[in-house]
Design a protein around this ligand. Structure first.
Ligand code: FAD
Length: 390
């Protein structure tokens, strides 16, 4: 699929505005967001007014029509600030937008894309208590009943569930496991549909302000029009394709968080002295800065390349897994070095280094763990050999 592109002058203006908003509004409000464990409504309204909920949605559906490259660059800028800001807008712009744009019926696109671009909050529900990495083993089941489906099951760790207006729910439409995961379908579900309840938000290690919770479906009756693309059996494919986009989004978040954390460590190290010298004057500190900067540059290059390929309509399954794995692991290394540069202060909540450390741990887990990325990468590489393409 070829993505849109915003004209460069408009994009540059937007980016200047976004950078100012991040520095002047999002960063100063971080502590409030973290302590309240939610983004205040007035800031959500500002984010909506800036068009952040529809950056990657096509203009014809009310979005800003950015290319993947432009969008991911904007996400990187936003991820200088606390991760909660990205979490609330990235699922609608990313996974749900991709699924709708590629697979939705025109009526589904008309219903949901303008709503999301205007600030409706989206969630993506595939994980269950008994299945995460092995998502095709899910138990949730939608049974056809006349002109509707009746959905039962529990989804776990669903980002934005407590705030969501719409959910892309992946569920079985066959109790038998079918070839190519043909037992799995995708549904667009308004959160206020009778028969849906949302559990208490989970207490997480980090990323406060972003919330996750269980979503419970009990005889939830969905009209047939909720079935994505009016087609059963392609839900797994839809989820995996959309996850490519989600993985680049996590890479952008890892990159933005890494830049922020390194900047914080350098500023701290320049004013902190030991043995009569700045911490940053020590070569062992400089090695940490150098290794982190090299990691950041590698992330930037990989993300730029993968985004460009996505814009060219190429299959980026391999690249998305590589950049997600590399960026999230590199971010983990960087925030660990940042805590070390801070010394004792790195372990104390009055300073920001320990939050960076906790917030970043998630990047290696969600949207496919590092181990699952390794499997995806190895499988894709080996397939090239099997097909004689290597
Ligand atoms: C904060 C947060 C937000 C989330 N948001 C969402 C969301 O919005 N929507 C959603 O659907 N899900 C969401 N998730 C779920 C997340 O995607 C899963 O937790 C993740 O994919 C891992 O699944 P799991 O927790 O079941 O781990 P498991 O699958 O139980 O894996 C446990 C460990 O085993 C390893 N492992 C599993 N299989 C293999 C294998 N074949 N080879 C080697 N190692 C393996 C894993 O890598 C991991 O280290 C979220 C999770 C969190 C914590």
């Amino acid at each position: 699929m070829k993505y849109n592109e915003m004209d460069q002058d408009t994009y540059n203006l937007f980016l200047d505005t976004l950078k100012r908003y991040v520095k002047e509004r999002m960063v100063p409000a971080e502590n409030e967001v973290v302590e309240a464990n939610e983004i205040p409504e007035h800031m959500l309204e500002e984010m909506r007014n800036l068009g952040l909920f529809g950056l990657n949605i096509a203009e014809e559906y009310g979005g800003a029509g950015m290319s993947a490259s432009q969008y991911l660059n904007a996400l990187t800028e936003m991820s200088w600030a606390a991760p909660a800001y990205r979490a609330i807008m990235a699922i609608g712009n990313g996974i749900v937008n991709t699924a709708l744009t590629k697979n939705g019926t025109e009526a589904q696109k008309q219903t949901w894309l303008p709503a999301i671009a205007g600030g409706a909050i989206a969630a993506f529900a595939i994980t269950e208590p008994g299945s995460g990495s092995d998502s095709a083993a899910m138990r949730s089941m939608a049974v056809k009943d006349g002109d509707s489906y009746v959905l039962n099951g529990v989804k776990r760790y669903i980002s934005n569930a407590p705030f969501a207006d719409v959910m892309l729910v992946i569920a079985r439409t066959s109790s038998e496991d079918l070839p190519n995961n043909g037992h799995i379908s995708a549904f667009l579900v308004p959160s206020d549909t009778p028969g849906i309840s949302v559990g208490k938000p989970d207490k997480k290690m980090g990323q406060q302000g972003a919330q996750i919770a269980d979503v419970i479906f009990e005889d939830t009756r969905l009209p047939a029009s909720a079935l994505l693309g009016a087609q059963e059996g392609n839900g797994f494919q839809v989820a995996m394709n959309s996850l490519n986009n989600g993985r680049l989004s996590v890479a952008a978040a890892s990159l933005g968080s890494s830049k922020r954390a390194l900047d914080s460590a350098i500023r701290y190290g320049m004013q902190r002295t030991a043995f009569g010298d700045q911490i940053t004057s020590f070569q062992l500190t400089q090695a940490k800065i150098a290794d982190s900067q090299a990691d950041i540059y590698a992330m930037e290059c990989m993300l730029r390349d993968a985004a460009l390929k996505l814009d060219q309509g190429l299959d980026i399954r391999l690249e998305a897994a590589c950049v997600k794995m590399f960026a999230s692991e590199a971010c983990g290394r960087i925030v660990d070095r940042v805590v070390q540069i801070y010394g004792g202060a790195g372990y104390i909540q009055d300073y920001e280094a320990e939050r960076f450390f906790r917030d970043s741990r998630l990047y290696r887990i969600f949207e496919g763990t590092t181990e699952i990325m390794q499997l995806v990468i190895a499988r894709a590489v080996l397939q090239q050999y099997e097909k004689g393409l290597a």
